[in-house]
Design a protein around this ligand. Sequence first.
Ligand code: GLP
Length: 250
Amino acid sequence: MEIVIVDDRASVHRLAADMVAEQLESKPASVLGLATGSTMEGLYAELLTRALDFSAVTTFNLDEYLGLEAAHPCSYHSYMHTHLFNHAEFGCIHLLDGATQEPRDHCLQYEADIARAGGIDLQLLGIGVDGHIAFNEPGSSLASRTRVKTLTPLTRQTNARHFPAEEAVPMHVLTMGIGTIMEARHCLLLALGKRKAQAVRDFVEGAVSARCPASILQMHPRCTVVVDNEAASKLELAPYYRFVWANRPQ
Ligand code: GLP
């Protein structure tokens, strides 16, 4: 993994936007895997300030709450339209349908659609405080595919800030699997702030284990992790990561 530690949130978003822009420059018809959460808001805002052409881009979102209609204000469908899709023209967007009556078939179809698009070139990822990626909670199979998952009480509590009340956070979700995410050609994980410091320490320097789902990224051939100083504050090898980045080959 390439660990990049920068000073603040804005620098994380700028650097991540540079990487997305490079991806689109080298392949205008890229397939992007998109993420939600507060961490991504600044990245989408930064991308929209740049004159990027998304018209040939295909997107696949990581996850969605099961039981929420697309138009529900707390759905990830609404989030994506508010923060990105309403403001730029995209080639083809894919979101999991939280209102599906056939979740199994829907998830299989989503996997087939990703394969038909040629796989994901660049997958954006955030991380939960418990080390989850997408909605793959601790204990998820490290080889899992897109499916229904049950949220942990901690995740429902953490995500309650986006809902009127904690009880309003759905218990079940649809999420790309860890195996699905691992097939992306490049993974780009962003983490911000002190509250992510332990999860960052666990997934970057801890054991590879389903206890911390993001730790599987240690096995990914090309994973870039961009964090601010606070999120990096528990990394034992932080001085070395800074040294490597400062002296990276051209
Ligand atoms: C949710 C999403 C994750 C995201 C996480 C962190 O649980 N399913 O994909 O990484 O939130 O969100 P935030 O960026 O708001 O901390």
